[in-house]
Ligand binder design. Structure first.
Ligand SMILES: Nc1ncnc2c1ncn2[C@@H]1O[C@H](COP(=O)(O)OP(=O)(O)O)[C@@H](O)[C@H]1O
Ligand SMILES: [Mg+2]
Length: 155
């Protein structure tokens, strides 16, 4: 499913709706170039989960935990793991937990990821700085159902 947006606010609105729908143990993969809007999307998700603390890009450690919302949010940016794979870091403890894991640059830890997930790819527009295409691809029935609910909410 592709959603076209024309502003930061629209991106965050979609993310916020998704944040209201996510369930325990879900994993959301956020992909796209630098500046595509991955962290912007993660901020909207946090709002949807009822997290009031400002979500910042995780640097070191690579995971930030937010526990004041409807579900725990684990926000990861694994950019620094490029070429290292991410094995033995214990990231699976987050993936197997009851929280929601959001992973920026998930391609760098491909082999560590669970089979089922929602992949969110943000694509910039060559002509318009504020425009993005948000691609949502579900892997697994739980995620497909969530996208159906998102479509209803968004319609
Ligand atoms: N529609 C949009 N959605 C998301 N970000 C946008 C949009 N339009 C402009 N931007 C800008 O693009 C930048 C995205 O930065 P960020 O979310 O940190 O990207 P990433 O985490 O992918 O590197 C921000 O400066 C934001 O204001
Ligand atoms: Mg980022």
């Amino acid at each position: 499913m592709n959603i076209e947006v024309n502003s930061v606010e629209e991106t965050q609105k979609i993310a916020e709706k998704l944040g209201q729908l996510v369930e325990p143990n879900m994993i959301l993969l956020l992909d796209g170039d630098l500046g595509a809007g991955k962290t912007t999307f993660a901020k909207g998700l946090a709002v949807g989960l009822g997290i009031t603390r400002n979500v910042k890009s995780p640097t070191f450690p690579i995971v930030r935990e937010y526990r004041e919302g409807r579900l725990p949010l684990f926000h990861m940016d694994v950019y620094r793991l490029e070429g290292m794979g991410g094995a033995d870091l214990g990231l699976d403890e987050y993936f197997n937990s009851d929280g929601v894991s959001v992973v920026e640059w998930s391609e760098f830890i491909q082999d560590e990821l669970p089979d089922d997930s929602l992949r969110i790819t943000l694509l910039k527009d060559e002509d318009d700085d504020n425009r993005r295409v948000i691609k949502l691809d579900s892997y697994g029935s739980q995620y497909t159902q969530m996208l159906e609910q998102l479509t209803k909410k968004n319609g």
